[in-house]
Ligand binder design. Sequence first.
Ligand SMILES: Nc1ncnc2c1ncn2[C@@H]1O[C@H](COP(=O)(O)OP(=O)(O)OP(=O)(O)O)[C@@H](O)[C@H]1O
Length: 217
Amino acid sequence: MLRATELIVQFGQTVALDRAGIDIAPGETVAIMGPSGSGKSTLLHVLAGILRPDHGEVRLGEQRIDILPDGRRSQLRLRSFGFVLQFGDLVPELSLRENVELPLRLLDVQKAEARTRSAQLLRQLEVDDVADRRPGQVSGGQAQRAAVARALVHRPSIIFADEPTGALDSATGELVLDALIGLAHQEGSAVVLVTHEARVASYADRTVFMRDGRVAS
Ligand SMILES: Nc1ncnc2c1ncn2[C@@H]1O[C@H](COP(=O)(O)OP(=O)(O)OP(=O)(O)O)[C@@H](O)[C@H]1O
């Protein structure tokens, strides 16, 4: 479904990706592991259409997304992708509920429908009791579960997660991962999970390893 080939990304003298490639099948969970600086986050950003590669291509189905103009790539990200980052990417001024509804509102889904769908996910992630609080008024694990709900709410084809449990203790991290992978599976979303922890990668269907900007299976 998502296929990247021959990706090269350079930041000045640093070669972050050196002919990296990867295939993501519909609904599968793939962990990307590797040492610090090996290019994991850069690969995630290119796959997700956030960063344009200097060379190579990224296809979502038949469509080349790396050459789309910025506005069309933003639209595609909003519609087809979900994101869970390490921390702090919920909008601090909005309640958890409003954060989860946000992708649907941006996609012009009716308010009532957005509310129903968000409420369902907030309940499944067991944060419905704190849904009216802002991110600063809940625990890190609760905020991260709301971020998982937000990533899933519009039924994206792929969720990109960059160290999603990096800021949590291990028990809370496992709850968040269980929820992310379990619900993504249930909804048919693929997950691309960057992590340096083997324990986290063990949740994936498959792990790829990066070294010096290249992907080795
Ligand atoms: N915006 C940037 N400007 C300059 N160099 C960058 C930038 N982003 C990444 N790099 C460099 O590119 C290389 C790959 O970085 P990247 O963040 O992809 O690695 P990583 O495997 O995700 O590392 P970590 O596990 O430490 O997060 C590193 O040498 C990094 O210093």
